[in-house]
Each structure stands twice: as C-alpha cells, then as structure tokens.
Design a protein around this ligand. Structure first.
Ligand code: AMP
Ligand code: ZN
Length: 136
C-alpha cells in the first residue's frame, strides 16, 4: 500500500498524486461532473452498478487534513451526492405506500484502518441493484 505523504501540502506528494493528475486532466477518467471546486468520475474498479468518486480539485490527503476553511468544500462534496444519484437513476424513490426504494451509499475511507488506498480525499457513491462487492 502506498505510504501517505508526510506532509499533505508537500509539492512532491501533490505532483505524484493520481487524483491530482486526474483533476489536472493529465490522466484520463470517465468524468461525470465538474465545477470549480469538485470533480466526479467513475471508479475504475466498480464495486456496485453505479460507483462514482467525488474529489475536491484541491489536494487534501485525508479527511484528517481538512481544515476549518474546507468546511464549505466538504459540504459541497456531500451535497453533490443526491444530484449524482439522480443523474445515475439511483435516487431514493417513494412508492405509492410511502415506503422508500432504491437508494445509494456515500463513504469516505480515512487512513489504513479506514481502508484508504488513494491519499487524495474522495467520497465514494455506490448505487444500483445489489449485491455489491464486499459491502452490506
Ligand atoms: P479508497 O480505498 O477509498 O482509497 O478508494 C480508492 C478508489 O480509487 C478505489 O475504489 C479504486 O478502484 C479507485 N481508483 C484507483 N485508480 C483509479 C483511476 N485511475 N480512476 C478511477 N478510479 C480509480
Ligand atoms: Zn491529490
């Protein structure tokens, strides 16, 4: 597993960051959403019928490195989830009896015990018919 950068703002770490390279369009990705702050793209190894990643364009290694001034950015990441879910037809939908159907999962892995492999903050969005790989 790749070692997390000693210093999350270290120039070299950012230069070698896969998701920074995707944000800079130096490496291709299947991009589904972009604005000034965020990018969303399809996970290359999907664990569910819909598996997207939402990243800040700015390099933040893990949720732990997010600063108070990043609060709005974190909110934007979370707020994007229902829009992406709607775009990919996995929104929560209420049946005639009012009970919810379909739906999606949002997940941020932080650090080794959290299962983080890529050390650029990202939020997973999973959806679509189950089963999903390795998840309940
Ligand atoms: P995590 O374990 O939370 O760090 O998740 C990293 C995710 O990035 C995994 O689900 C990988 O499949 C995904 N991934 C790795 N490389 C790429 C890539 N080049 N494009 C899209 N997704 C990727
Ligand atoms: Zn990065």
């Amino acid at each position: 597993m790749k070692k997390p950068p000693a210093n999350p703002t270290d120039e070299d770490s950012v230069d070698n960051c896969l998701f920074c390279k995707i944000a800079a369009k130096q490496i291709p990705a299947s991009i589904v959403y972009e604005d000034d702050d965020l990018l969303a793209f399809k996970d290359i190894n999907p664990a569910a019928p819909v598996h997207l990643l939402v990243i800040p364009k700015k390099h933040i290694s893990t949720l732990t490195e997010a600063q108070p001034e990043d609060t709005l950015l974190l909110g934007k990441m979370l707020a994007l989830a229902p829009k992406l879910a709607a775009d990919h037809n996995v929104s929560v939908v209420y049946g005639n009896d009012g009970s919810p159907t379909r739906g999606y999962k949002t997940l941020i892995n932080s650090g080794p015990d959290g299962g983080q492999v890529i050390y650029h903050l990202h939020m997973h969005l999973y959806g679509g018919p189950r089963p999903w790989r390795g998840m309940h």
